[in-house]
Ligand binder design. Structure first.
Ligand code: ADP
Length: 738
């Protein structure tokens, strides 16, 4: 359906109502819309607000006359045709009106036909003029540069935008050939093709790199179309052009920036990827292809991001993608990646949503291969474990404390058993708590020394949880951890070492004592032998035989004592040095005791000391060295006789006590003070008795103890003051097959 054309509006201005009616009738008959007014002011008002295509204007009206209205319209750029209606045929006035711009000058009475023709012509001319004006304005105001040339390229029209773009004013280019804009940047073929296109009646589109009047080059996008005349012959060319220098520069900058980012991404050693919002990979940098083994073709064919992860990880990856696509915070996720060839390796994936126009369109991420980091972590863990085990298995007690405060922070197993505290107790303790009360005040000072000394060792006493004082060597070392400074303390129990040092000292003292005692003991019989033998040698002729015999007797007696002393010394030192080998054999101790007592009977009789033997009725068997056992009996009985004044008694008995034999040697002699009871078994120890000089070496009892001990037995001394001494020897009985 075609819209009905707008009816032209004809404004009729006349003060005579009959004239207005007449003209309105004609106008309406012609099919136009008639609007009537009675004076000039009404015309001015009307045209200001409503449309008017033709004005029939009476020349003489009251108020503003026709001429005045015409002048007003011309002055105010009204372009519709004005047909003047006049009562007179004044030629001069008619010429004046036409000059002013009136379309026609008609005289009354109005000839209907004349008016009709004039109206039609005026309207069609006005329409044409209107279209030309419109087109002209459009071209003049177009932001596109417009140039019209003839068929040889000679410029016939350019608009202001053309001048703006090129710098050439209209006057400078009219009549010039368009090739004044040529920059020389395009090859001839470019122009040839252009001309072939447009002269062939086609529209050409393309970009020119042209030169402005100033010499500056610029880019323009152009559409050139041929324009045909009524005879359909190409008469000119119309070029519409837009300066795209800036847009092109922007486009190039953008392309370059895209390129730069691609290149940068390709430079990264880590895979960088993008996916769409269904998780399909849309981009990967070079490292992505290199590391995972996929090709750009795989990507074009489309593949899921899940594919680059181990199958068992895919559920997590899916959840992760969903979380990110939901706008979840970007974060690093540790996953196992999978190459195209199936090889797997640990990775850290950082991803973030891609937001376009406020919407999440996919994901972007970077994948870090953490194989090495994992290996380092593992070896670090292994090392830590190794050192922890090492630390725990060190046999010395080790405690680690904070260097600032002395607070205990770590300890090994030995420390737990050494100090007797539990781990919980340790963790609430300070190093100073390990010192006994009397050192507690100095403890912080000691600790400061450990810290300032850096490393070293000191001796100290510590107290265990059970209250035992232990002598220790404390070695310390200072070390720094990531955040704090620590002191490592190694406690070594030196109480045994101290004890053995003491023992060594004691032994040396005993040896010295032994030597001086031996020399002392040897000296008196030796001097006596020397004295008497020298007298004999010197005075033997003057001495009577009785005296000589007496002297020889003394020499013999002293030699015997000397021999027995030397024997004792040798015996004890042999036993001491572990060189004595006892020839143990089953024997009846009663036999040994009997024979020993028999050999001492004479001495007892001489001293008038009774010696009574009371032996177990049944036979007993012990495994013993007969000589050694006899020595034990002799030493004990000899002592008993020696320390029992004449008239006293010595009782020797042998009984069985469960699976032991019990030998008792009891006398009614001097007895032994309680304080000396244990000491009498020490070498050379002799009980000091006022005013008495009893013979003896102080070796008899030590020999007894050594022999008895070597036979798995024991010896003890008892005494009740004033009631003599009792010695008991116990030895295990020998049972066949035992
Ligand atoms: P000694 O050769 O001096 O007798 P012993 O080692 O046999 O050395 O004895 C050590 C000391 O023990 C003696 O000096 C003595 O004082 C004391 N003693 C040993 N036996 C008796 C005893 N039966 N009665 C009193 N004192 C004894």
């Amino acid at each position: 359906m075609q819209a009905s054309p707008r009816k032209a509006t004809v404004l009729i201005a006349d003060d005579d109502p009959a004239m207005r009616r007449l003209m309105a009738g004609i106008v309406s008959r012609l099919g136009y819309l008639e609007v009537t007014v009675a004076d000039g002011d009404a015309v001015v008002r009307h045209v200001a607000g409503s449309s008017c295509d033709v004005l029939l204007l009476d020349l003489s009206m009251p108020g503003k006359g026709g001429l005045e209205v015409l002048e007003y319209l011309v002055d105010n750029d009204y372009h519709f045709p004005v047909i003047m209606i006049s009562g007179s045929g004044d030629i001069e006035q008619a010429v004046h009106c036409i000059k002013l711009g009136a379309y026609e000058y008609l005289t009354k009475p109005i000839d209907n036909t004349r008016l009709e023709i004039t109206l039609k012509n005026a309207l069609s001319e006005s329409d044409l003029k209107h279209r030309v004006r419109l087109l002209g304005a459009a071209m003049e105001q177009s932001p596109l540069a417009i140039a019209i040339t003839d068929t040889r390229g000679s410029i016939e029209y350019v608009n202001p935008s053309f001048s703006r773009n090129t710098g050439y004013s209209r006057d400078e280019v009219l009549g010039e050939n368009v090739n004044i804009l040529k920059s020389g940047e395009h090859p001839d073929s470019f122009y040839r093709e252009l001309w072939e296109t447009i002269t062939g009646g086609e529209v050409w589109q393309g970009e020119f790199h042209n030169k402005k009047k100033s010499g500056e080059l610029y880019w323009e996008q152009a559409i050139i179309s041929p324009v045909r005349n009524n005879a359909r012959v190409i008469s000119s060319f119309l070029a519409l052009k837009e300066d795209i220098t800036e847009a092109k520069r922007d486009r190039e900058a953008l392309a370059e920036s895209v390129q730069r980012f691609r290149e940068l991404a390709d430079l990264l050693p880590q895979p960088v990827f993008e996916t769409d919002n269904r998780g399909r990979v849309t981009y990967s940098n070079r490292a992505g292809f290199d590391i995972f083994g996929y090709t750009p073709k795989d990507l074009q064919e489309g593949f899921d991001a899940l594919q680059i992860f181990a199958p068992e990880e895919r559920r997590r990856v899916r959840e992760n993608i969903a979380r990110r696509l939901d706008g979840g915070q970007s974060a690093a996720t540790e996953l196992t990646a999978r190459k195209k060839d199936g090889a797997q390796f640990p990775v850290l994936v950082y991803s973030a949503p891609i937001v376009r126009k406020g919407k999440i369109s996919g994901l972007r991420g970077i994948i870090l291969d953490i194989t090495q980091q994992k290996a380092v972590e593992r070896s670090l863990r292994d090392n830590q474990e190794k050192y922890r085990n090492l630390f725990q298995s060190i046999p010395d007690a080790i405690i680690v404390a904070d260097a600032e405060t002395g607070k205990i922070v770590e300890w090994n197993k030995t420390a737990l058993s050494f100090f007797g505290y539990s781990g919980d107790e340790f963790s609430a303790m300070n190093v100073s708590d390990l010192y006994p009360d009397e050192l507690r005040n100095e403890a912080p000072e000691y600790f400061r020394n450990f810290v300032t000394m850096k490393s070293g060792a000191v001796q100290a006493s510590i107290i265990t949880r059970n209250g035992f004082l232990v002598d220790v060597d404390i070695s310390s070392a200072l070390f720094d951890t990531a955040r704090t400074r620590r002191v490592l303390l190694i406690f070594r129990d030196i109480s045994e070492q101290k004890m053995s040092e003491q023992l060594i000292r004691e032994n040396i003292r005993l040896k010295n004592d032994f030597i001086s005692n031996v020399s002392h003991e040897l000296r008196s019989p030796l001097f006596s032998i020397l004295g008497f033998s020298s007298t004999l040698l010197r005075d033997r002729n003057e001495l009577d035989s009785g005296t000589i015999d007496e002297f020889l007797g003394i020499i013999h007696e002293e030699s015997t004592r000397l021999a027995s002393l030397i024997e004792d010394v040798l015996t004890i030192s042999r036993i001491d040095s572990g060189k004595t080998v006892f020839k143990k054999e089953p024997l009846d101790p009663a036999d040994i005791i009997e024979s020993a007592c028999k050999s001492l009977k004479l001495r007892a009789d001489e001293k008038r000391v009774g010696l009574t033997l009371n032996l177990y009725e049944n036979s007993l068997t012990v495994r013993a060295d007969a000589d050694a056992l006899k020595q034990v009996v002799i030493n004990l009985v000899e002592n008993a006789i020696k320390f029992t004044p004449p008239g006293g008694q010595v009782y020797v008995s042998l009984v069985r006590e469960r699976d032991l034999m019990l030998l008792t040697v009891r006398d009614t002699g001097l007895g032994i003070p309680k304080k000396d009871l244990e000491k009498i078994f020490e070498k050379f120890y002799r009980v000091e008795r006022a005013g008495e000089e009893t013979e003896g070496t102080g070796l008899g009892l030590p020999i007894v103890r050594e022999i008895v001990n070597a036979h798995g037995g024991s010896v003890e001394a008892r005494c009740s003051v004033g009631a003599g001494a009792t010695f008991r020897v116990r030895m295990p009985l020998f049972t066949e097959g035992a």
